[in-house]
Design a protein around this ligand. Structure first.
Ligand code: AMP
Ligand code: MG
Length: 436
């Protein structure tokens, strides 16, 4: 396919420029600048190349937490499925009230008691919260508002007709679409599905994500380390960020900087995994083989993202498997995962949530040096001072300083054009909790 230079990102969605077109002819897309991609363009582009998983499975409801619904869920019943009392009180027919507002109480209905189906006019019935409203009752008065003596109630002020009755179908009507396909199931969704009586539901299959670290200097934890070697912390940060997303991890640990081994490993993994994530080797160093290998066995967009930290990052495909090559620096690997990979994985998992990472506006209590040109994700600490929430940095911000991530509870997001931040200035903050 021949593509015009003037095509823009929206064209990807409509005309479907493939990754192969773009990797062969990078000039075909106006926003594609492999040497300085804005984070927004990179995200949009990746998201448009991701194909959501199609395979589904039926799981027990209790095991469906953090899974994604694969069908629209249609209610088989009304919820509640009968008119019932919203209060402990007395039910009666409003039109039977006389001036005196005195009624004889003949019977009572507790929740779950299905025997009493109707009452006579000018009678009342004692009824507890959740009790089924018998025919003949259209109003309930709470117990606190009546005088109850000798099986008679008296009250001075009548409630409005229809008061304190929860009508059948008030929450959900039979045949309503209750949850849409693509909904991520959290506890409240799980409770809602249970309230409809489903014991099993259809969800998308878990993504299989293969991942490994690369580097001759990288050593597994538990082993002795020599000067010049580094423990494989990326393995643990990436594994745990993946686990929180509830994907199936195919964990290959560490692979040396050896082109042949990297190539064979990627080939093999691409037959097993929906997504491959690697860390290290995506830069332009002598032992950075990812680019060469990917060119041989797949299609890849190598980007210098205009972000800090996390400049070198790759996205591509090996056959139908999506590939994310994260930078080796530990902070960069986490930042690129949170800012780019996580939302792409959610799309791949079948989620219909297209929400941006939320930001808050908070006063920054210290100055921050910032040059324009890249979006910076400064590790920050959100803290309360005299009842006001403020933010400060965690200190040194080098991309290898993992302690800056562990001290942080937020990112201070300084967009590309932004310059130095003055103390007292309002900045945008992303809560790290938003990434869970
Ligand atoms: P690279 O992207 O391979 O050039 O690596 C950049 C830096 O990150 C180097 O200082 C590596 O030693 C370090 N690094 C690479 N991979 C890991 C890892 N898995 N765990 C911790 N540090 C790493
Ligand atoms: Mg390396």
């Amino acid at each position: 396919m021949k593509i015009n230079i003037s095509m823009n990102l929206n064209t990807i969605m409509t005309k479907k420029i493939t990754l192969r077109n773009l990797s062969k002819e990078p000039g075909c897309l106006a926003e594609y600048d492999p040497n300085s991609m804005s984070i927004d363009s990179a995200k949009k582009m990746i998201d448009s190349f991701i194909e959501p998983i199609k395979k589904t499975e039926s799981v027990k409801l209790i095991n469906s937490i953090n899974r994604i619904l694969a069908v629209d869920l249609i209610s088989p019943i009304n919820v509640p499925n009968y008119d019932n009392s919203a209060m402990d009180g007395f039910g009666f027919k409003f039109s039977s009230l006389k001036n005196t507002k005195t009624l004889n109480v003949k019977n009572k209905v507790l929740a779950g008691n299905l025997k009493i189906n109707h009452i006579k006019d000018d009678e009342a019935i004692k009824i507890m919260t959740g009790g089924k409203i018998p025919n003949g009752v259209d109003t309930v008065i709470p117990i606190e508002l009546v005088n109850y003596k000798n099986n008679q109630i008296t009250f001075t002020e009548a409630p409005k007709v229809g008061s304190n009755i929860r009508k059948a179908g008030e929450d959900i009507r039979k045949k309503d679409i209750v949850l849409k396909k693509g909904t991520l199931i959290y506890p409240s969704q799980l409770g809602l599905i249970a309230s409809l009586g489903f014991s099993k539901i259809k969800v998308f299959k878990k993504l299989k994500v293969g991942f490994f670290s690369t580097g001759d200097e990288i050593v597994q934890v538990g082993k002795k380390i020599k000067s010049g070697q580094v423990y494989d912390s990326n393995h643990f940060t990436i594994h745990s960020m993946l686990s929180r997303l509830n994907v199936e991890c195919l964990d290959l640990e560490v692979i040396p900087d050896n082109k042949k081994i990297i190539k064979n490993t990627l080939k093999k993994l691409s037959n097993q995994a929906d997504v491959i994530i690697t860390s290290g080797g995506v830069s332009v160093g002598e032992a950075d083989y990812m680019k060469e290998v990917l060119k041989e066995i797949g299609e890849v967009l190598f980007w210098k993202l205009a972000i800090k930290p996390g400049r070198p990052m790759a996205f591509g495909k090996i056959k139908n498997t999506d590939f994310f090559g994260l930078p080796g620096n530990p902070v960069s690997a986490m930042v690129t995962f949170y800012q780019i990979v996580q939302s792409a994985l959610k799309i791949k998992m079948g989620s219909n949530l297209k929400q941006k990472i939320p930001t808050l506006k908070v006063e920054c209590s210290e100055s921050i040096f910032k040059k324009p040109g890249r979006t910076e994700f400064v590790r920050g600490i959100l803290y309360e001072s005299d009842g006001v929430w403020k933010v400060k940095t965690t200190g040194k911000q080098g991309s290898g300083i993992l302690s800056s991530m562990s001290k942080a509870n937020c990112f201070i997001v300084l967009t590309s054009n932004k310059r130095n931040v003055k103390s007292g200035e309002i900045v945008d903050v992303q809560l790290m909790e938003s990434f869970v």
